[in-house]
Design a protein around this ligand. Structure first.
Ligand code: 13P
Length: 249
């Protein structure tokens, strides 16, 4: 049975104190739930070790890691550093990093390798921009992102990846992919993975949806057979909304 995951990507929000307080409330609310999805929070780097201290049932993710293992890379944080701080997941290839920081699939391939080598679980983001969807190129765009950043991995390595499909036009816009659009893409991704790694591996990979997911639409999205959870931005900044999404399973 593949894992259901609801992960909150805080992006560049919350002071340290606000972040710890949010994590405490999320932990309290999540621990009162029985079973369901694995809840994950992804605070900014600075907050990780303090937030980690207040989590028990909730897992923790970084929002990025370096493409090099160590050395003279001012301002970077390595996968080994994250592992040493008890971090479990790392979001890689978010569209904001691709768009604003020039992250290419070639760079992401290196980050994925380092994350896996250090025992972190990458949450690999993929997704098309609006013009690509309008030209009906969305399936091909996502396939290329997966192939270029991930398909050098062995099946064993790949089985440790989580995929997040985040249509860029739905991120922070209030426009959510319809349930059918999400299912179409998730089903397509699983098919692409099955072609490359076989059905058994593809069936075990969690594929999360991200993009204006909120308590009011999460239930419909998560009801799809190939949608295994969500990567939540704005709605993860308020514990009640975030846990409302977790409860949608
Ligand atoms: P929103 O939920 O704010 O649209 O952001 C989604 C996202 O980018 C999560 O990584």
């Amino acid at each position: 049975m593949r894992k259901k995951i609801v992960a909150g990507n805080w992006k560049m929000n919350k002071t340290l104190q606000e972040g710890v307080a949010l994590a405490q409330t999320v932990e309290q609310m999540a621990s009162a739930l029985s079973g369901g999805a694995q809840v994950v929070v992804a605070p900014p780097f600075l907050h990780l070790t303090e937030v980690k201290k207040v989590l028990k049932t909730v897992s923790i993710a970084a929002q990025n890691c370096a493409a090099e293992s160590s050395g003279a890379y001012t301002g970077e944080v390595s996968a080994a550093m994250l592992k040493s701080a008890g971090i479990e997941y790392v979001i890689l290839g978010h569209s904001e990093r691709r768009a604003y920081y020039g992250e290419t699939d070639a760079i992401l391939a290196k980050k994925v390798d380092l994350a896996l080598a250090n025992g972190l679980t990458p949450i690999f983001c993929c997704g098309e921009v609006l013009s690509e969807r309008e030209q009906n190129l969305h399936l091909g765009v996502v396939k290329t992102q997966l192939a270029d950043a991930l398909f050098h991995l062995s099946a064993e390595q790949f089985s440790r990846i989580v995929i997040a499909y985040e249509p860029v036009w739905a991120i922070g816009t209030g426009v959510t992919a319809t349930s059918d659009q999400a299912q179409e893409m998730h089903h397509y991704i699983r098919g692409v993975l099955a072609e490359k790694y076989g059905a058994a591996v593809a069936n075990e990979i969690s594929i999360l949806y991200g993009g204006s997911c909120k308590p009011s639409n999460a239930g419909e999205l998560f009801a799809n057979p190939d949608v295994d959870g969500g990567l939540i931005g704005g709605a993860s900044l308020e514990a009640g909304d975030f846990i409302g999404i977790v409860k949608a399973f």
